[in-house]
Design a protein around this ligand. Sequence first.
Ligand SMILES: [Zn+2]
Ligand SMILES: [Zn+2]
Ligand SMILES: [Zn+2]
Length: 464
Amino acid sequence: MSPATALPPRTVEEILTRAGRADFDRWAEQVIHCGHCARPVRLRGRVEHRTPAGERVSYSTDDEPDRVLLIRCGNRRAAVCPSCSHEYAGDMWQLLYAGAAGGRKGVPESIRSHPLLFATLTAPGFGPVHTTRADRSGGPACCRPVRGSTPRLCAHGQPTWCTAIHAEDDPRLGQPICPDCYDYPAHVTFNWHAPELWRRFTIALRRALARAAELSAAEFARRCRVSFVKVAEFQRRGVVHFHALIRLDGPGEFQPPQLGIDAAGLAEAIHQAAAQVRLTVEMPGGPGLVLRFGTQLDTQTVNGGPAGELTPEHAARYIAKYATKSADDFGLGEQRITPETLALLDVPDHVHRLVHTAWQLGDHPSYEGLRRWVHMLGFRGHFASKSRRYSTTLGAIRGERRAYRQRQAAEHARELLPAEPDTTLVITRWEFAGVGYLTNGDAALALSAAARAREQRQAAREAA
Ligand SMILES: [Zn+2]
Ligand SMILES: [Zn+2]
Ligand SMILES: [Zn+2]
C-alpha cells in the first residue's frame, strides 16, 4: 500500500490492534501460508490422535489467532482474488502446456507431432459498436468511417458513423453507436445458447474431418479423436467468444491420429464446421431466431511449422489468461441479480440494457432459468472445459500441489508437536467459520504483505 493512501481511522486502529497482539507473527505466517488470499476461508477445527492409550488432541485452532485457520478461497476470478486467480491460471497453464508440448504430466512428447490448432470462434454482430481499428499501415484508424458521399442518420436520428480514434481505455469501446438500433435480445440469446453452439461445432467438426478423410462416421471414430480445451471470454461488448486448442489424436492414450489430415486440413475443417453451425431458437412474441458464430474466425497452427507461428508456451499462456477473466469486469460482481438489486445496479447504459433484456427474456417459458445467469449476461457455461483426454486434469494438478502443501504443513507441525509413533487413527474435524478477513485492517495488512512479497520475488528474479 502506498503511504499516500488515506485509510479510514477505524482501519488504522484495526491495523494497530492486530500488530500489537502477541500472536501477530503467527497471524502473519497464516496470511503467507494462504498465499495472501484476498478473502480466505476461516476454518475452526482440531486434529485428534486416537491411540490404544487414549485420545489426544494434537492440533486445535483454539491455539491460533482468532481461533481460526486461514485457507485459500481458490477463486478463479482476478477481480475476486488476485492471488488465487494467479494460482488458477498457473494450473491451467500446466494443463494446457502439457497437452500442447507433451513430455510432462503423463503426456508423451510425441504429442507434438499431432495436428494442433489454436482457434477463436466469435459471435456475430448485433449492431455497430465503438471499436479500435488499424489502417493499412497498421496505425490507428477512425472507429467507423462515414460510408458514401452523404452521411446517413439511423431511424433514431443518430449518426451511423464515428470518426473518433478510441484509446484502449476509452469507456465507449464495445458500446453501441446507437443503442436503439442494437439487437439486445439476439445478443443475450447468443450468450445463453453459446454452450449448445459450441457442442454443435464439435459435432460438425468431426463430420467435416470424416468427409475430408473420406471415411464414414464410424470408421473416423475408430481412427481419430478430436481433443480440445476451450475457454470462454467476454468481449468488451459483453458477448462470449471461445478460444480453443484443438488437437487430433488416434485411438488409445495420446496415440497419433490414423488419417492423412495435417494442421492445414484441420484448419480447413474448423472453418467449415464453424460456418455450418446453426441453432434456431424461440423468441418471445416474434419469429424464431437463427443463431450462428460470427464470420471472424481465427485459426493458428501450434508447434513446428515456419517461424512466427504459435509456440505451445504462448498458446497455453494466452488461454490461461482468459480463464481468469469473467463478467466481473462489467461491474456486476458474482452475485445473482434479484428484482431488488436490479433496480440498484450502477453500470454503464449498455450493460444495463443487457441485464434488463436478460431479465425480461427470463420471463418467457423457453428461457426458464435465464434469470439465474443475468449477472453473467446470460452465459451459463463453464469458463474453461476440456475433452476427457486433452491432458491431465486440474484436479490432478491441484492434488499434487495439495500433497506438497500437506508435506510442508506436516514438517511445520513436526516442529510444534511431539512425535506420535503409535498413532492408530487421526481424526480431523473442521467447521466453516466464515469468509474473508475479520476486519478491514486485517485485509489492508494482508494486501500490503502481498505487495511486499511480490516486490521481493521481483527483486530476486532481477538478481538471478
Ligand atoms: Zn483467494
Ligand atoms: Zn467510436
Ligand atoms: Zn438507431
